[in-house]
Ligand binder design. Structure first.
Ligand code: GLC
Ligand code: CA
Length: 540
């Protein structure tokens, strides 16, 4: 008997990801907060959302905007109080919405009590926190931190090096210590008792390490630790999605197979390579590679009955439409066309805040406009170690910075975007005057609201067994400049047609009803003609 819920229990979720710091500021201090989220629940429910993944909201000194947790069981001061959190949970549950929290088990903040104790405890076997982290007299390998520099930092107090795969203020927890496993189970149980419905798990594949090795990730005890977190009676009902580095279906099977009692699903990132050579370097690309990667994962996950996560954007990714679409002249078409390529597939959709209005990437002429630790670390490395000019490095930062996804949500076109009455913590999005919720809703009169397209798409998903649980079949050929697929369950059969760059007439091998969803509103054909034109229609 399998303890964890089946993947089919989750195919009706329409999940919206919130970056709380940037979503909505209720008390005017310039920082988004929990009351701000509560004030927008109706907006989200209207969109068709029934679950929220909220990025970390726990106590944190914000070396990495909350991914450096100083207390897993308390709320970040700027976001509100535990009473606000309880209110958010009950407001959501009364609307039938689920709340998914962001669990960061790989590392804590260097201001977490565990670390403060651990750094004092080198010669104190009585101190239970002594071996909570990786401590070495000499650096045992040459691992680099994701945010630049060595992954080993010398700590004066302890007189030893500790490991940090990310910022200096994010020491990695030592999961080989059973006390750490128990402590993290305690954190999970605390939130389960509060009634939350699931977790997104940060950099899950890093928690088990093989220190002397020269490559981090997929350590020997990874699955034992994931199982210890989620393969328990207490957690069996949770929806869990791991942020993962898996590259193939065998690996995904080990994380998410129904017999494994580990995760419900995971994020894999293959399809997001489209349009870039690396994080900070653009590359000319066609949506064909994107489509073909999606097809591969669709087929493999269906064959094995695995739940696939459908997403293109998150708080670490610059908006996908800006590198894979045309975010100027064809912004509406790109945003809606790409949405139909992804969100009608088999799996569970995740929509990142701003995506529902087609928010593109931003652009600034001054490095001082940037805030996030990864791009600043890399900017420094580009200039100091790689010999780039400041202008070249700035272009790369503009392309790849995670701030592209972190500007205050543009609720309207005013100076402070309707996000705050105070000074926003991060400069307004450079295109917020043009692209914002109010403007998008006004564009509905011309049939060009991205929000309204998403709304129809999510309603279609919610009302159809074929989209929730039906099988996937690709109809277009690899050489085609478009993507046609079907979703079917019993007698209910749908065709989804998405054109790419060029204007072309697409012949369908079957007869369709009038489209239930079409971004250019054309009724005469389910076939697509214009760039990024898309439609979903029932097959007769
Ligand atoms: C994940 C998060 C990212 C964070 C990093 C370290 O990749 O998504 O935002 O910086 O882990 O916690
Ligand atoms: Ca606030």
């Amino acid at each position: 008997m399998n303890l964890c819920k089946k993947y089919s229990d989750f195919t009706r979720l329409n999940i919206y990801q919130i970056y709380p710091r940037s979503f909505m500021d209720f008390n005017g201090d310039g920082i988004g907060d929990l009351q701000g989220i509560i004030s927008k629940l109706d907006y989200l429910q209207d969109l068709g959302i029934n679950a929220i993944w909220m990025c970390p909201c726990f106590k944190s000194p914000n070396a990495d905007n909350g991914y450096d947790v100083a207390d897993y069981c308390d709320i970040m001061d700027e976001f509100g109080t535990m009473a606000d959190m309880d209110e958010l949970i009950s407001e959501m549950h009364s609307r039938g919405m689920k709340l998914i929290l962001d669990l960061v088990p790989n590392h804590t903040s260097s201001e977490h009590k565990w670390f403060l104790e651990s750094r004092k405890a080198k010669d104190d076997p009585e101190n239970p926190y002594r071996d909570y982290y990786y401590w070495y007299d000499e650096k045992p390998n040459n691992w680099r931190a994701s945010f630049g520099g060595s992954a080993w930092e010398y700590d004066e107090t302890r007189g030893q090096y500790y490991l940090h795969m990310f910022a200096v203020g994010q020491p990695d927890l030592n999961w080989d210590n059973p006390e750490v496993v128990r402590a993290m189970q305690g954190v999970i149980d605390y939130w389960v008792d509060k009634g939350i419905d699931g977790f997104r798990i940060d950099v899950i594949d890093l928690i088990s390490k093989d220190i002397p090795n020269d490559k981090p990730g997929f350590g020997p005890r990874l699955h034992e630790y994931i199982h210890a977190m989620f393969g328990r009676e207490k957690t069996a009902h949770l929806f869990t999605v791991g942020e993962s580095i898996v590259k193939d279906i065998e690996e995904m099977q080990r994380h998410c197979g129904e017999d494994r009692e580990e995760l419900s699903t995971l994020f894999q990132f293959d399809h997001l390579e489209c349009g870039r050579a690396d994080k900070f370097t653009a590359k000319e690309d066609s949506l064909k590679t994107f489509r073909d990667t999606l097809i591969l994962w669709q087929q493999e996950t269906e064959k094995r009955g695995l739940l696939y996560s459908l997403f293109t954007d998150n708080h670490d990714q610059p908006p996908f439409i800006s590198r894979a679409g045309n975010d100027r002249e064809l912004r509406y078409e790109s945003a809606t066309g790409i949405a139909s390529m992804v969100y009608l597939l088999r799996g569970v959709p995740f929509i990142y805040q701003g995506q529902e209005i087609g928010m593109p990437s931003a652009h600034y002429d001054d490095i001082a406009c940037f805030d996030e630790v990864e791009c600043l670390g890399n900017y420094k490395e580009m200039i100091e170690d790689k010999g780039l000019s400041e202008a070249e490095a700035l272009e790369k930062v503009n392309f790849g910075s995670r701030d592209n996804a972190r500007h205050p949500m543009a609720w309207d076109g005013s100076e402070k975007c309707g996000f705050t009455t105070g000074e926003p913590w991060l400069i307004a999005h450079s295109r917020a005057g043009e692209v914002n919720v109010a403007a998008d809703l006004r564009a509905d009169k011309q049939g060009r609201s991205v929000y309204s397209f998403y709304q129809k798409l999510l309603r279609l998903r919610a009302s159809s067994d074929a989209f929730a649980d039906g099988s996937f079949k690709v109809i277009s050929a690899p050489e085609d400049d478009y993507f046609i697929y079907t979703r079917s369950l019993g007698d209910e059969k749908w065709a989804v047609i998405c054109n790419f760059e060029s204007a072309q007439e697409i012949e369908l091998p079957f007869e369709c009803e009038e489209p239930a969803l079409a971004n250019l509103g054309r009724k005469e054909a389910a076939g697509a003609y214009a760039p990024y034109e898309c439609a979903a229609a029932r097959i007769k």
